[in-house]
Design a protein around this ligand. Structure first.
Ligand code: 4AD
Ligand code: MG
Length: 462
């Protein structure tokens, strides 16, 4: 079907031109014998105003053209006398593909709560809010590739089905083709996965890092960008059971290089959103006041504050804030602690480094103090952790020791240890949670509002 996109018409159209557009009716009103339709086709935040005078044959069809209807119109592009819009279309022909019954269509002109819209996930992308969020998501996804490709990183595709638990946290979804009503058992009563599809227990991946490591140890600098799954029972505004993660991995790099990459990456992403998503950000700023152009501009330039975990604990200990969770060297930072550091102390993004080894994954490089590891977490205001990364342990003996300590079955991980046996080298990487990034940039409070089909405990639709 030949059609122009509203985004292109508004940016490159010429008055006097004949155009055909398709889209969904946002609003329809009549005034002094003229019907006005605001049409949206999803390509931009803006709607295109259609003008249909009573005398035009198209006017008769409007009884079947309610809010939500899908239409195709042809007409003349004209400069609009109305404020706030450059063009309007004087319609000569209208074809109504599908009307929407006003008594049943849930998206009416009045605003709806985000909670209500979550219940109609299949229709919410038609709203201004979700249109803005999903277009910003697209800008960011493209920017991820632009950034890494411009720096010579190779995009690698790590598997979704995996046999290893990268984070060692046990938050894995098992995937199986065994008959659930009669699972085969081993002599000691456990499920006998040797009879399963892959001949051993397999999972949905919690991270592509381990596979990205062997690709970095051959291709140099690589990155993955794909779906990630965690079976943690976290019903919060920043956890999903299925989310997307971007994981760069660099050979011949240390923690300092890793932090610099994270900062450059974050700055680049903010800049791209400002350049390509100005009307979306303007909309979100106006309606929710959770994000702002000024804040994004500031973020796209400001160097990150760096603080060690030990100093961060000291900072928290001397604070007068009443925390729900205890603050003590050796305990993990909770999101209330993270937010205290970003929102109250530093008023901006903070990188916390060198966490105690006991609270971090086995693969992080042990520091000379033998108590902490070369880890870094990027914390941002309102959300907390958005990036987690580290320099990787490249010394075979130290890594083996840490894996034994963490009770990781070595027989499954010989391939990982091989990377330390054959041509081992310092390397580092991180993971950026893509939805947390979209959440941060758009200012949406709930992570379930930045992904089309959120998966969370007890929540799955479609
Ligand atoms: O800190 P995490 O667990 O780190 C890793 O998975 C490393 N293997 C990454 C690496 O070094 N290559 O997760 C990284 C990021 C977090 O900072 C957070 O932004 C996001 O992934 N994340 C989640 N996002 C949404 N829902 C969840 N349940 C998330 N868990 C982690
Ligand atoms: Mg983490």
């Amino acid at each position: 079907m030949q059609r122009s996109r509203i985004k292109n018409i508004l940016s490159d159209g010429n008055a006097g031109q004949s155009i055909t557009v398709c889209g969904w009716v946002r609003t329809r009103r009549e005034s002094k014998g003229i019907a006005f339709i605001a049409l949206s086709d999803g390509s931009t935040q803006d709607t295109l105003q259609l003008v249909i005078p009573e005398a035009a044959p198209a006017f008769q069809k409007l009884t079947h053209c309610n809010t939500g209807a899908a239409v195709k119109v042809t007409g003349l592009l004209k400069e609009s006398p109305a404020q706030g819009q450059k063009f309007e279309v004087e319609v000569s022909e209208i074809e109504i593909f599908g009307d929407a019954d006003p008594a049943a269509y849930p998206l009416q002109k009045k605003g709806h709560t985000l909670e209500f819209l979550r219940e109609i996930g299949h229709l919410r992308p038609r709203t201004n809010t979700f249109g803005a969020v999903f277009r910003v998501r697209n800008i960011l996804a493209k920017a991820v590739h632009e950034f890494f490709q411009s720096r010579g990183f190779i995009w690698v595709h790590t598997p979704i089905i995996t046999a290893s638990d990268c984070e060692g946290a046990g938050d894995l979804f098992t995937i199986t083709s065994l008959p659930l009503e009669r699972l085969p058992a081993t002599a000691d009563g456990a499920v006998d996965f040797s009879q399963d599809f892959f001949g051993k227990q397999a999972y949905l991946t919690v991270s592509g890092q381990l596979e990205a490591e062997f690709l970095a140890m051959s291709l140099g600098d690589v990155y993955t960008f794909g779906p990630t799954f965690r079976a943690e029972n976290s019903n919060t505004s920043r956890h999903l059971s299925e989310f997307w993660m971007i994981e760069p991995e660099m050979a011949f790099a240390d923690l300092k290089d890793d932090m610099q990459l994270a900062e450059d990456f974050f700055h680049f992403l903010c800049r791209r959103v400002l350049e390509k998503g100005d009307s979306e950000i303007a909309f979100l700023e106006k309606f929710y006041k959770n994000t702002s152009v000024t804040e994004l501009r500031d973020l796209s330039e400001k160097p990150f504050v760096h603080i060690s975990y030990t100093d961060a604990i000291e900072e928290l200990e001397k604070s007068k804030e009443k925390f729900e969770f205890p603050v003590k060297w050796g305990l993990d930072l909770q999101s209330e602690h993270e937010r205290y550091l970003t929102d109250k102390v530093f008023k901006g993004p903070v990188i916390v480094t060198d966490y105690p080894k006991e609270i971090k994954a086995f693969y992080m490089r042990l520091n000379p103090d033998e108590k902490t590891v070369a880890a870094m977490d990027l914390l941002v205001p309102k959300i907390g952790e958005i990036i987690g990364g580290s320099q990787r342990e490249e010394r075979l003996d130290v890594l083996t020791e840490r894996m034994l300590h963490a009770e990781i079955p070595l027989e499954n991980m010989q391939w990982y240890l091989d990377l330390r046996r054959f041509g081992s080298a310092p390397h580092a990487g991180f993971g950026l949670g893509f939805e947390r990034l979209v959440q941060y940039v758009t200012g949406m409070h709930n992570i379930r509002d930045v992904i089309p089909c959120p998966r969370a405990p007890q929540t799955i639709k479609f």
